[in-house]
Design a protein around this ligand. Structure first.
Ligand SMILES: [Zn+2]
Ligand SMILES: [Zn+2]
Length: 215
């Protein structure tokens, strides 16, 4: 038997970074629209303005980041380390996340309280691929979440992993991967929401906690 396989074509010297907003280069989903051109993002400011960006390398944020307008971020197989900083998507802001690589992730490390991504006041978070992960150490927290979604906001997860790991046990505050205080959440194809803790949990903790008029 002859196995015919083309050599992985010369990964072009083309400087451009272009693919669908879901992360695929061969996407046929017409709802995703045409392929977009992404520009390299190697340093982060406290505001990320409208545009399509990709991580050209691993990057660490030393400040909270506010999404302004319509932002699409391709993780490109790299890691965005947020420490205990938060990405806020509020008002009319839209944050779309994808990964055209395989291990792209936004990772939070937190020993106190907070959220990796906060979607508030009408904000929209759309994760088309990639990983969002919060790693919580220590036993102290007044609430720890990977994604925190408030009333009027919306969030959708497809082909992605959203996880929270915490060392806390016997929480008196909420520790949940996705904490939804209203708004709408859609978890579609191949979305994985995982939660791991050191021990017993109280109400408001787990992979998904929905309160208020959540749908
Ligand atoms: Zn697509
Ligand atoms: Zn990409």
């Amino acid at each position: 038997m002859v196995i015919s396989m083309l050599p992985a074509a010369a990964v072009a010297s083309a400087p451009g970074h272009s693919h669908c907003v879901c992360g695929k280069t061969d996407c046929t989903d017409t709802e995703h629209g045409a392929a977009a051109d992404f520009q390299s993002l190697s340093t982060l400011n406290s505001t990320l303005n409208s545009g399509h960006y990709y991580l050209s390398d691993n990057v660490t944020a030393d400040t909270d980041i506010t999404i302004s307008g319509d932002v699409t971020l391709c993780l490109n197989g790299k890691t965005l380390s947020m420490g205990d900083n938060t990405i806020t998507v509020s008002g009319n802001a839209v944050l779309t996340i994808c990964d055209c690589g395989t291990l792209g992730a936004i990772i939070g490390n937190n020993s106190g309280s907070g959220s990796l991504i906060s979607v508030t006041d009408g904000g929209t978070l759309q994760v088309n691929s990639g990983t969002l992960s919060m790693e919580h150490t220590g036993s102290n927290s007044q609430g720890i979440h990977t994604v925190n979604l408030s009333a009027g906001s919306s969030c959708s997860f497809t082909n992605c992993t959203v996880s929270l790991t915490t060392e806390m046990s016997g929480f008196s505050y909420s520790a949940s991967t996705v904490y939804q205080e209203g708004g709408s959440l859609t978890a579609g194809e191949n979305a994985k929401i995982s939660f791991r803790s050191a021990g017993l949990q109280t109400t408001g903790s787990g992979a998904l906690c929905a309160t208020g008029s959540s749908r």
